[in-house]
Design a protein around this ligand. Structure first.
Ligand code: PLP
Length: 408
């Protein structure tokens, strides 16, 4: 028989990683198939943990199903785009207009469209480390170079504008900000954001602000929308329904474009083209946006003292802090903790191998720090979504595993 060449991946996939769904998830699936029950603390997916969407969102989507069978405008339906524009008006962006909004199949699709439109091979994007790893993955996929700026664990995981500035070259195109942050839980104060905006302003960088956790903050922390500090800087703000409104499965998100748009005419034409190429986002899910943004925000009851997210994050933080050699910042926002294991006590060579061993021994799945492009092997991320009892059991399992590691 004639020998054919194998079908292989394109070169552009080389170096593209998305390890939060990589080998650790494959190993968990293997264990599940073998009959084990796995406690999954690895993905920020609210609905399966009992955080279900507000009824009004489901009703709106269902009511609109009969008329949502065709394609919509590529940028998204008018009512939803208007609702997004009006939302940013209420946040201080008086000029926000329907034409400044493009809807997408989740923030993920929009990150991909925005970076694909922007990057030539070798162009650089400043991305936080640790990061939400899609930013790094898509930059690489586009032939760009992710340049990581290191958030400072000693300073509540805040970024440092001077360090960012020192990494700028003539190839740097954009500065990514993730606030509130996944995986660290940091919520940046206005002064920190102002410094970052200033760097973008002085070096003519595009600001890309991922604010998907905007409304999930605890105690006195509050999200300042970067666009409100950057009315003279070309800024794209990303958000959507996956977290606050708990419908990650609907795949519904948006971008809001603001600032120096006169400097970005050509770019925006490209972005519209990219929007056309994908026809339109999922139409039924777009209908949920207007309802979601209007009225009482039901996430509030979860994030206030006594609310589930608030209490779970406290319990998780407390229990993890009690384990010898574990240091963990309390999260001011989002759904995660990113503990550090003292390398003197836990000399871990590969954090991925460490997480897989924890999974095999305790049937608990967390994500390793390097999956978030972090720079050492001594961190992991867990979600604070399970109910208190389940969290207590899981963290006791982690403590057990770590005790075994210390004694080994
Ligand atoms: N941005 C951040 C910071 C995230 O944590 C996530 C999901 O976890 C996303 C974007 C992706 O969101 P979506 O479900 O809208 O694609």
């Amino acid at each position: 028989m004639e020998e054919f060449e194998e079908f292989t991946q394109a070169d552009k996939l080389r170096g593209v990683r998305y390890d939060v769904r990589g080998p650790i998830a494959t190993e968990a699936a293997r264990l599940e198939a073998a009959g084990h029950r796995i406690t999954k603390l690895n993905i920020g997916n609210l609905a399966p943990f009992g955080f279900e969407a507000p009824d009004s969102i489901l009703v709106d989507m269902i009511k609109n199903l009969p008329t949502a069978q065709g394609y919509s405008d590529s940028q998204g339906i008018y009512s939803a785009r208007t609702a997004v524009a009006q939302y940013y008006q209420t946040r201080g962006m008086k000029e926000a207009d329907v034409d400044d909004v493009i809807l997408g199949n989740g923030v993920s699709e929009l990150i991909t469209m925005v970076l694909q439109t922007m990057l030539n091979p070798g162009d650089e994007v400043l991305i936080p480390a640790p990061d939400y790893p899609l930013w790094t993955a898509v930059t690489t996929l586009c032939g760009g170079r992710p340049v990581h700026y290191i958030c400072d664990e000693q300073n509540k995981w805040y970024p440092d504008a001077e360090e960012i500035e020192s990494k700028i070259t003539d190839r740097t195109k954009a500065l990514v900000i993730i606030n509130p942050n996944n995986p660290t839980g940091a919520v940046y104060p206005q002064e920190v954001l102002e410094d970052l905006v200033d760097v973008a302003r002085r070096h003519n960088l595009m600001l890309l602000s991922d604010e998907i956790y905007e409304k999930i903050t605890y105690d006195d922390a509050e999200t300042v929308n970067v666009c409100t500090l950057a009315e003279d800087v070309f800024t794209i703000t990303f958000s959507g329904l996956s977290k606050t409104w708990r419908v990650a499965g609907f795949r519904s998100g948006w971008i809001y474009i603001s600032g120096a748009k006169h400097l970005a005419k050509n770019y925006l034409e490209g972005l519209n083209l990219m929007s056309n190429l994908r026809m339109c986002p999922n139409v039924p899910a777009q209908h949920a946006i207007q309802t979601a943004l209007g009225g009482y925000q039901s996430i509030d009851e979860f994030i206030q003292p006594g609310g589930r997210l608030y209490e779970q994050r406290n319990v998780a933080h407390q229990l993890l802090s009690e384990i010898e050699g574990v240091d963990v910042h309390q999260a001011d926002g989002a759904l995660y903790l990113f503990p550090r294991l003292d390398p003197e006590i836990y000399p871990i060579e590969s954090d991925e191998a460490f997480v897989i061993e924890l999974l095999r021994q305790q049937k608990i799945l967390v994500s390793h720090g390097r999956a978030f492009n972090w720079i050492d092997d001594n961190h992991f991320r867990l979600v604070t979504l399970p109910a208190v009892e389940e969290l207590e059991e899981a963290i006791a399992g982690i403590a057990d595993f770590l005790a075994g590691y210390r004694d080994a």
